[in-house]
Design a protein around this ligand. Structure first.
Ligand code: GLA
Length: 388
């Protein structure tokens, strides 16, 4: 984790020499259940030991926010009451979450904030959710007497993406960042919002991320198109079955999908087909985890990759290449993680194959793409909290 003193020294230097409170929120991994959250399905995330650390302090003004992004060496000051908000994309997370916290009744006024992160940007590990939940945790503490409940913080983070950052995301990332627990994955039902902590300690296996370093960017991207396709299929199915209640693909069956195949077109059909399959795969993985059957978990991960690549079309050449290298090395499971369009693969590897696999992936990827992929061992950690 990032050093608090590092953030503190910058906070002191860039503002008035005083210290504030320090908060942190993590990024996340997701074992399985991709693009299912906004379809009312299941996800299986966990928080990681990489995230955002922010120092924050009330500055006594009515609505002036002074913000310093330490890693970018960029300072932006803005008024919270300004209708447009700041232009810098990182500052929009601060503006957006402050607005959303106000909507929840938190009387946010002027504050100073400096922050840094070690969750890699654009790696599909939810650096943006980490920022939202970190700032929300700070504002709740500084102005709101910590009265806002965790679920409302999750939803405020998601609303920030929707209303200020142009990404129509689901709730997985913000949920994982806020609710994460050391050593535990979480199975979340995104329709009912019920969830369960699952101890994750696969003896004899390791989880490792390989970052293709192809930067994934969800804003203004085909991410929203995928969501629209899913919603379109639901609308068609609902129109055919006025007696039923169809809110998301979670409510739809394979037969109903077949009924609308020609009218929705092959692209939307394939996307919905992936989502229905993914719903089943998450449940199969849960059973397999309970039984300690990691071979089945791994098999499902490969199936998810295949679906994300061929049906949902959110992979890229580099991620498919890394997936092939995993297969060649006898890795138990491997797939794209997160929204796609770049970022990391998540790999479930037997201890004894680990070194060989990592060396081979690095060598082959570097030879082909002329840059070394980054490797992160997964350490499942705690969610948002105040550090001091
Ligand atoms: C991004 C979104 C999430 C989720 C994943 C795909 O991370 O923010 O809500 O949809 O993509 O599973």
């Amino acid at each position: 984790m990032l050093d608090i003193e590092f953030v503190r020294s910058r906070f002191i230097k860039h503002f008035d020499g005083k210290t504030g409170n320090v908060y942190t929120s993590p990024g996340r991994i997701n074992l399985i259940g991709e693009h299912t959250d906004y379809n009312g399905g299941f996800v299986f995330p966990g928080a990681v030991d990489k995230g955002i650390v922010a120092e924050m302090r009330v500055n006594g003004t009515d609505d002036i926010i002074m913000a310093y992004a330490i890693d970018l060496k960029d300072r932006v000051d803005f008024h919270l009451n300004d209708l447009e908000g700041p232009k810098a994309s990182w500052a929009r997370y601060i503006y957006g979450i402050a607005k959303e916290m106000q909507k929840l009744g938190v009387p946010v006024k002027g504050f100073n904030v400096a922050f840094a992160g070690d969750v890699p940007l654009g790696a599909g590990m939810s650096s943006s959710a980490a920022m939202e939940s970190c700032f929300a945790c700070g504002l709740n503490d500084l102005f709101g007497e910590n009265k806002v409940e965790k679920w409302d913080i999750v939803l405020a983070g998601q609303a920030t993406e929707h209303n200020y950052c142009g990404v129509n995301c689901g709730i997985m990332d913000q949920f994982a960042s806020v609710f994460g627990k050391e050593g535990k994955l979480m199975r979340l039902d995104c329709r009912s919002r019920e969830f369960e902590y699952f101890p994750f300690d696969p003896k004899g296996y390791r989880l490792v991320l390989i970052n293709s370093c192809v930067k994934h960017e969800l804003a203004g991207s085909p991410y929203n198109d995928r969501r629209n396709s899913c919603e379109n299929v639901v609308r068609h199915i609902a129109a055919k079955h006025p007696e039923g209640k169809f809110e998301t693909l979670r409510d739809c069956t394979w037969e109903q999908l077949e009924e609308v195949r020609t009218e929705v077109g092959e692209e939307d059909y394939k996307r919905a087909h992936f989502v229905l399959g993914e719903k089943d795969r998450v449940l199969a993985v849960c059973d397999a985890l309970v039984a300690g059957d990691y071979e089945t978990v791994g098999q499902k991960m490969y199936e998810t990759h295949e679906g994300l690549s061929k049906e949902y079309e959110v992979s890229c050449e580099e991620l498919d290449f890394l997936n092939d290298v995993a297969r060649e090395n006898g890795v138990t499971g491997s797939r794209i993680m997160g929204g796609g369009f770049g970022g990391c693969t998540i790999n479930l590897v037997k201890d004894e194959l680990y070194d060989q696999f990592i060396a081979d992936a690095k060598a082959k990827y570097t030879a082909k793409y002329n840059r070394e992929p980054k490797v992160y061992d997964v350490v499942i950690s705690d969610g948002s909290r105040k550090l001091c």
